[in-house]
Design a binder for this molecule. Structure first.
Ligand SMILES: NC(=O)C1=CN([C@@H]2O[C@H](COP(=O)(O)OP(=O)(O)OC[C@H]3O[C@@H](n4cnc5c(N)ncnc54)[C@H](OP(=O)(O)O)[C@@H]3O)[C@@H](O)[C@H]2O)C=CC1
Ligand SMILES: O=C(CO)COP(=O)(O)O
Length: 343
């Protein structure tokens, strides 16, 4: 039995705490809201983020980082990417020995273009981190918390740590694979949110399955193009954290990214959409980060580019579709060089 400090009492932190508690680990679920933590400890529910789910009584909710982190064998970070640095800065003073840092957040930081593992490496001194592991895959909190069959990937440059995390979470409902390709796993898990916003947008515009399939397929092509340029294994994009998560996020009513895109497609303004969601929509900031990164690396990402213009420069969703459909003709598979088409 391990003690795990789960930092972030939103929907995903709560669902993952349930998996850990089912595996008989000692779970401290930390959040900054007194009201939410009281709800977790007294009513065994998280009404704000994961309503109608019974939280096992063994899970201890806490607003104290000190209490949550003391003697923790592993720290699971599940706050939105934009909160990651500030939370890491706050926890450093509360740990005294090398600890395994697991993260389950799916985003890229604008400006630095860091993946979450890179943020952790920058913020946590070497002597306090035993390893950094990303847990990612097609996994909506709503289904995980109902113990519905789910598969994810545990990824780390440290194979032993990836296996440790696999063992920590794995059970009859929650199957965990390992993959050493940390870049590919984090890029796939983060950038699929951009495509999910696009898929929701096509739905909001009244388009059907053809448009969705087009976005998902060409979206995966551009995610892989950037990922490979960054050093990822192309095969990772056909796996759980790539294609798997792309499918679940582009097709599920649970997806906040899809729902936000759907509202944008129906003509709502971004501020209005975010207010209505009341939960994190990671794809928005990640669109900005991926757009900047692609430009810097010289990688063509046409879907990301039009969505960036919709989100940050008032391009209409209709114009975004016209722009994508009106692009110059291309080969589908980039390594194919057919002389006639190339001229
Ligand atoms: N939900 C899901 O099914 C899945 C989510 N993820 C990823 O998990 C991460 C977290 O998402 P999720 O749990 O869904 O988000 P939610 O919107 O459900 O909850 C966000 C949580 O983060 C807290 N939070 C926000 N800002 C801060 C801060 N500065 N300091 C401390 N806590 C903060 C919120 O607290 P407060 O209420 O006080 O603001 C809230 O508890 C995201 O990266 C997401 O992509 C990955 C897989 C599945
Ligand atoms: O990453 C997720 C499922 O795997 C959650 O996606 P959303 O943030 O769009 O709800």
């Amino acid at each position: 039995m391990a003690k795990v400090a789960v930092l972030g009492s939103g929907s995903w932190g709560t669902a993952l705490s349930i998996v850990l508690a089912d595996n008989d680990h000692k779970v401290y679920l930390w959040g900054r809201s007194e009201e939410q933590i009281k709800d977790i400890n007294e009513n065994h529910e998280n009404k704000r983020y994961l309503p109608n789910v019974n939280i096992p009584e063994s899970i201890v909710g806490s607003t104290s980082l000190k209490e949550s982190l003391v003697d923790a064998d592993a720290i699971l970070l599940v706050v939105p990417t934009k909160a990651m640095r500030s939370v890491l800065k706050d926890i450093i003073g509360n740990i005294s020995s090398p600890t395994i840092f697991i993260h389950a957040s799916k985003g890229i930081e604008p400006e630095t273009h860091y993946r979450v593992s890179e943020i952790i490496e920058e913020e946590v001194p070497h002597n306090l981190r035993a390893a950094v592991v990303a847990l990612s895959g097609p996994s909506h909190a709503e289904e995980v918390s109902m113990r519905q069959p789910t598969t994810v990937t545990s990824s780390s440059l440290n194979t032993e740590a990836a296996t440790y995390v696999q063992d920590l979470f794995m059970n009859q409902h929650f199957r965990v694979y390992t993959n050493p390709d940390l870049i590919g796993v984090e890029i796939g898990g983060s950038l699929k949110n951009i495509i999910a916003i696009g898929a929701g947008m096509t739905n909001g515009l009244g388009f059907g399955d053809n448009a969705k399939a087009a976005l998902m397929t060409r979206g995966l092509a551009e995610i892989a193009r950037l990922g490979v340029k960054l050093g990822a294994n192309p095969l990772t994009f056909a796996g759980l954290s790539g294609l798997g998560d792309l499918i679940v996020t582009c097709t599920s009513v649970h997806s906040r990214n899809w729902r936000a895109g759907n509202m944008l497609g129906k003509g709502k303004a971004l501020e209005e959409v975010l207010e209505e969601m009341g939960m994190v929509v990671e794809g928005i900031r990640t669109t900005k980060a991926a757009y900047q990164l692609a430009k810097q690396m010289g990688v063509d990402m046409p879907i990301t580019k039009v969505l960036y213009d919709v989100l940050f420069h008032n391009k209409t969703p209709e114009d975004a579709v016209s722009e994508l459909m009106g692009r110059v003709k291309k080969h589908e598979v980039e390594y194919l060089k057919i002389d006639k088409l190339d001229t």
